[in-house]
Design a protein around this ligand. Structure first.
Ligand code: UDX
Length: 442
C-alpha cells in the first residue's frame, strides 16, 4: 500500500488494523517490520496520501477499493487441522464490509487464499442486501521479504484475476490502471479468478520444490563427495532450469512456503487427488528432513553428545535482511539441540530476544539460552558454531573468524547451514568446518 501511495499521489490510501499498537508504530519511524527501503517510501507518502488508522468502519465507508490483507495461517483445529488455511479473519473482513459499506466496492484479495475463496467472499457480501454491488478480484502478492521494495518497484509480473463478465472486466481494468502507473502493461497479467488464486499457491509450491530438490541432492553430495554448489551451478546454466533458487540450505522457512504447500495438499485431497497431494507434501517432508539432518549432524560430529556444550547460533531469521522468524529453520535446529541438552548462545543482528524466546517456547533467558549483541561474544567458549542465516556480516571478510577460533573450545567446529563462508578459509584457521552438500576436508 505504501508503494501504491508513493506512485499514485492522487489516490488516498488508508491502512487500517484493529491492532492500535501496530498502527501507532506505522506512524513513527520505528516501523513494525524491518524491510530495507520501506521507511523511505512510507515517509514520502505518509500524511500526504498514506494514512494509518484503527477506524476500520470509516475506511470501509470512504473507500472505492478495499484490499483484504489479513493473515491466513494454517488451521490449528478441526477439519483440515495442520493443512487447510484458516479463513476466519478473511470471513470477518467480508462480513464487516457487508455490514458497513453503503456504496459499490471493489474487494481485492491480497492475502494468499485457497482456490475459490473469492466465491465465498462474494456470497457473504451479496447476502447482505442488493442495494450495493461488489466485485471481488484476486491480486496475489509475489514480493519476497528483504527485497520487498525492489520487488514492488519492478515486479516480474502483477497478477489480477476477476470475473469475465462486463462488470468484472471493468473492475479488473480499474486495478490494472493503478499498477500501470509504474509497471509496464505487458507485465500485468489478467486471468480468471480461480487461475489467479491457484497461480499464487503454484508459484510458491514450485519455488519451494526447487529448494527441496537441491537440498535432497545436498544429502547425496555429502555421501559421494560432490559439491552441491558446483552441481547447482552446472544445472543452473541450462536455460530451461535457470540459476535462481538453487541454493542448498538448512531448510526453507518464511510465512508462505510451508503454509501454501500444505494448503495445496489439502485442496488436492479435498478434490480426491491423493497422488497430487502426496507429490506436493513430499516437498515439505524433504524440508523437515533437511532441518533434522542438520541438527543430527551437529550432534554426531560433536562425538555424539552436545549435552552441557555451548553452541553459538549465528542468525535466527528465516533469511537475511529480515527480522521475520516465521517457520525459520533456526527454530527447529535450536529446539533439537536444546532437547539434546546443549547450551545455546544466540546472535542475530535483527531478531529480538523476546521473539526468539517465543519461538523456542521459553519464558526467559537462562543458562541454556543466552543472547548476544555480536558474534564474538556468542562464540566465546563455545564448542561449535551453527550458522543458520546468511547475514552478509557473517562472511569471513566481515567477521574475524581467527579471533573467534582463538576464543573457542578445541576442536572448534563450524557448521554452515547456508554455505555462506569459504570453508577452506575457516579450515586454514583451524576450524573443523562443515557445509551443506560440501565435501569433507581433504
Ligand atoms: C516467498 C516467495 O519468494 C514470494 O514470491 C512469496 O510472495 C512469499 O514467499 P519469502 O518467504 O519472503 O518469499 O522468501 P524467499 O526468498 O522466497 O525465501 C524463502 C526461504 O527459502 C528462505 O528460508 C530462504 O533462505 C530459502 N531459500 C531460498 C533457500 O534455502 N534456497 C534458495 O535457493 C532460495
Amino acid at each position: 500500500m505504501a508503494k501504491i501511495a508513493q506512485k499514485c499521489a492522487d489516490i488516498e490510501v488508508v491502512v487500517v488494523d484493529i491492532n492500535g499498537e501496530r498502527i501507532g508504530a506505522w506512524q513513527t519511524d520505528e516501523l513494525p517490520v524491518y524491510e530495507p527501503g520501506l521507511l523511505e517510501v512510507v515517509r514520502e507518502a505518509r500524511g500526504r496520501n498514506l494514512f494509518f488508522s484503527t477506524d476500520v468502519d470509516a475506511a470501509i465507508e470512504s473507500s472505492d477499493i478495499i484490499f483484504i490483507s489479513v493473515n491466513t495461517p494454517t488451521k490449528g483445529y478441526g477439519i483440515g487441522a495442520g493443512k487447510a488455511a484458516d479463513l476466519r479473519y478473511v470471513e470477518k473482513c467480508a462480513r464487516q464490509i457487508a455490514r458497513v459499506a453503503k456504496s459499490d466496492k471493489i474487494i481485492v484479495e491480497k492475502s494468499t487464499l485457497p482456490v475459490r475463496t473469492a466465491e465465498s467472499i462474494k456470497r457473504i457480501l451479496d447476502a447482505s442486501g442488493s442495494h450495493r454491488r461488489f466485485q471481488v478480484l484476486s491480486n496475489p502478492e509475489f514480493l519476497a521479504e528483504g527485497t520487498a521494495m525492489k520487488d514492488l518497484e519492478n515486479p516480474d509480473r502483477v497478477l489480477i484475476g476477476g470475473e469475465t463478465d462486463g462488470e468484472g472486466t471493468a473492475a479488473v481494468k480499474t486495478l490494472v490502471d493503478i499498477y500501470a502507473r509504474w509497471v509496464p502493461r505487458e507485465n500485468i497479467i489478467t486471468t480468471n479468478l480461480w487461475s489467479s488464486e491457484l497461480s499464487k499457491l503454484t508459484a510458491n509450491a514450485f519455488l519451494a520444490q526447487r529448494i527441496s530438490s537441491i537440498n535432497a541432492m545436498s544429502a547425496l553430495c555429502e555421501a559421494t563427495g560432490a559439491d552441491v554448489d558446483e552441481v547447482g551451478y552446472a544445472i543452473g546454466r541450462d536455460s530451461r532450469i535457470g540459476p535462481k533458487f538453487l541454493k542448498a540450505s538448512v531448510g526453507f522457512g518464511g510465512s508462505c512456503f510451508q503454509k501454501d504447500i500444505l494448503n495445496l495438499v489439502y485442496l488436492c485431497s479435498h478434490f480426491g487427488l491423493s497422488e497430487v497431494a502426496d507429490y506436493w507434501e513430499s516437498v515439505v517432508q524433504m524440508n523437515d528432513y533437511q532441518k533434522r539432518r542438520f541438527s543430527r549432524r551437529i550432534v554426531s560430529t560433536l562425538f555424539n553428545t552436545v549435552s552441557g556444550k555451548k553452541i553459538a547460533i549465528f542468525g535466527f531469521a528465516f533469511k537475511k535482511d529480515t527480522n521475520d522468524t516465521r517457520e525459520s529453520a533456526a527454530i527447529h535446529v535450536c529446539r533439537d539441540l536444546l532437547e539434546e541438552g546443549a547450551e545455546l548462545a544466540i546472535f542475530d543482528p535483527q531478531v529480538s530476544h523476546e521473539q526468539i524466546l517465543r519461538d523456542l517456547g521459553l519464558e526467559a533467558a537462562s543458562a541454556e539460552v543466552t543472547f548476544h549483541q555480536e558474534p564474538y561474544e556468542a562464540a566465546n567458549g563455545a564448542h561449535a558454531i551453527a550458522l543458520l542465516t546468511e547475514w552478509d556480516s557473517l562472511r569471513e571478510d566481515q567477521t574475524d573468524y581467527a579471533r573467534i577460533f582463538a576464543s573457542m573450545e578445541k576442536p572448534a567446529f563450524f557448521f554452515d547451514g547456508r554455505n555462506l563462508v569459504d570453508l577452506d578459509v575457516l579450515r586454514a584457521i583451524g576450524f573443523e568446518a562443515h557445509g551443506i552438500g560440501k565435501p569433507a576436508a581433504r
